[in-house]
Write a protein that binds this ligand. Structure first.
Ligand code: SIN
Length: 517
């Protein structure tokens, strides 16, 4: 039976950061659903937002974060993010992480939507996530055991404390990982949607596990749709970073008419929800949308990852018009934690996109997610080490035992779930469509009611998790009868397009936070 001080589920930047800090002193195991390189972090192009520019300040970063978040943010969490960010980034740089620099060795700072200044550190042009993840893997590989192809099934809870996790190996055996502390770092749930920038493994597994364990979940209705996913023959084929618009690219229709004028004062660099809805509306009217990159001289040098995506998908760069559609990108809600990452279950922490500290509010500011992983990955590790208390459980493992499997469950396909979410719980929502999705999910939920997930195959487990999380998002969305950030209700539109970006307009109204436990 694998036993460790700390078990971490997931292998993105928050998992690797926590693992690195903890493994100086403790025995740490990481389990990951596929390979260590399957995460959303590795796909992140834009970079890491932090106020290290000479004319920048944490106050300005704070203001941009809560403004993009539609003032739904937990201000203590934002304070921690923007104040601690520069220190952790400088530590990383001093320890050998290389961000892009100019010929005079000054760090290059990019610009993205809703940032009032250039503050995005990037690496390898548009391969920041890859550079960071590979750097951290290099740091942890000698001192952390990384076990690939293990899908976490459920937490093990004893005397109200989390004592580890059960996981399914690809040969269908069940393993139990007992630990003093468990850290959930499984990422979000973009794979619930047919159009997504997320890695194919990211389908909300951690959220479903937390729900089954009785942990509190918050703000699940807030799903960020990235405006610009490359699009070819009805399929999305990767992200086109917002940094491209930061360098001057603009969104145009098939007649090369700019689509953002008159919609928001920040035009193409408006908050993501505004831009994603503008593209959605164009598409709904039958128009195609392109990103005009003709003004960026050194595009292939500055954006090598996007250049390769275009080449692989035979999208001619010479036309300088990249076909784009919006797609599910980031979940602002998640497993409710305090600002140290502790969930409502003792000894269970959550960090990164799966967690909801409230730092992102209703809409995450661009390039704040790698920053969140770095800052809160460190904070979680410190909190665990501060009052470390070993788990005294004498639990006997059921390792490698054979379990009854349900071969006859009638479940929808992954593609059907993704279409249901995109069409009914997507960029523009209303009561009727949300109700339709809830009822659709409920018919399938009945199928697995009362069946413990350890009895499911890998494929069934993923579908069960997707149905559970899709249903939770739809239920959260129907209960929030307002439009805010990543949650837009056409039956409750904002009074005017921008009014809910102004704090004074939203103060005085009470919005219930939806909690599941
Ligand atoms: C992007 O490069 O546009 C994505 C970065 C992010 O989501 O913060």
């Amino acid at each position: 039976m694998p036993r460790s001080n700390i078990i971490i589920i997931g292998s993105g930047i928050s998992a690797l950061t926590a693992a690195y800090q903890l493994s100086a002193d403790k025995n740490v195991i990481i389990i990951t659903k596929s390979k260590v390189t399957n995460s959303n972090s590795i796909l992140a192009q834009g970079g890491v937002a932090t106020s290290i520019g000479k004319d920048d300040s944490w106050q300005s970063h704070f203001k941009d974060t809560v403004s993009a978040g539609c003032y739904h943010n937990d201000e203590t969490a934002v304070d921690i993010l923007v104040k601690k960010g520069p220190d952790y980034l400088i530590d990383l740089i001093n320890n050998g992480m290389e961000f892009d620099k100019d010929e005079d060795e000054n760090l290059l700072l990019g610009k993205e939507g809703a940032h009032s200044t250039r503050r995005i550190l990037h690496a390898g042009g548009d391969a920041t996530g890859k550079a960071l993840v590979m750097y951290m893997v290099g740091k942890v590989k000698e001192r952390v055991q990384i076990i690939e192809d293990r899908t976490a099934i459920d937490f093990m809870i004893e005397n109200n404390r989390c004592i580890g996790v059960k996981a399914l190996a690809s040969d269908h055996t069940i393993e139990e990982y007992i630990a003093d502390y468990t850290i959930l770092a499984t990422g979000g749930c973009g794979g619930l949607y047919s159009s997504t920038s997320n890695d194919k493994t990211i389908c909300g597994d951690g959220l479903a596990m937390a729900y089954r364990a009785g942990a509190k979940l918050y703000d699940l209705e807030f799903i960020q749709f990235h405006p610009t996913l490359l699009h070819k023959e009805g399929k999305t084929c990767g992200l086109v970073s917002e940094a491209v618009r930061g360098e001057g690219a603009i969104l145009v229709d098939q007649d090369c008419k700019p689509i953002m004028s008159g919609i928001h004062p920040l035009l193409d660099l408006a908050p993501r929800d505004v831009v994603a809805r503008a593209i959605f509306n164009e598409n709904s009217r039958g128009n195609k949308v392109y990103l005009d990159i003709s003004m960026i001289d050194d595009f292939t040098v500055r954006f090598p990852t996007i250049t390769n995506l275009c080449i692989e998908n035979e999208i001619p760069l010479e036309r300088a018009l990249l076909p784009v559609v919006p797609g599910a990108h980031f979940s602002m809600g998640g497993v409710k934690t305090d600002v140290k990452g502790l969930t409502s279950i003792p000894s269970l922490y959550a960090v990164g996109e799966v967690a909801c500290t409230g730092v992102h509010g209703a809409n995450r500011l661009a390039s704040n997610s790698l920053l969140e992983g770095i800052v809160f990955g460190n904070i979680v590790a410190r909190d665990i080490l501060k009052d470390y208390s070993p788990n005294s459980s004498f639990h006997n493992s059921v390792s490698n035992s054979v379990h009854i499997r349900y071969d006859t469950l009638k479940l929808p396909s992954k593609a059907q779930i993704q279409e249901m979410m995109m069409d009914n719980v997507g960029i523009v929502r209303n009561h009727a469509r949300l109700q339709y999705a809830i009822e659709w999910f409920e018919t399938y939920k009945q199928e697995f009611e009362g069946i413990a997930p350890i009895h499911l195959s890998l494929e069934q487990l993923e579908l069960v998790n997707m149905i559970t999380v899709g249903w939770l998002i739809a239920r959260s969305a129907i209960m929030r009868t307002e439009s805010r950030g990543g949650h837009f209700r056409e039956d409750y539109p904002a009074e005017d397009n921008h009014s809910w970006y102004k704090k004074e307009i939203i103060q005085g109204k009470t919005f219930e936070t939806i909690v599941y436990s």
